[in-house]
Design a protein. Sequence first.
Length: 94
Amino acid sequence: MAHWFESGQIVFFVLGVIAVEATVLLRRAPHRWIDVVLQLGPGAFLLLAVYHALLRSAWPWVAAFLAASFPFHAADLWRRWRQIETRSSGFIRN
């Protein structure tokens, strides 16, 4: 088990689990592919940052994958906030 962590192979196992999750979600709702990408993308990039940290790669690799996760996360938050605003502004109850 230690070898999985020392070599970074655990990251690819978890990325495989994420790929299976994405496949299941896309089969259930193929028209919502952007939601799946925005929800799972940040985690995938963070895992790649962990992989490079485990292998003691040069710090720019870790920083690049950390930075790459941010736009996906920000876009996901923006879409969720818009959905909440759309739902709440459509109905006025007395």
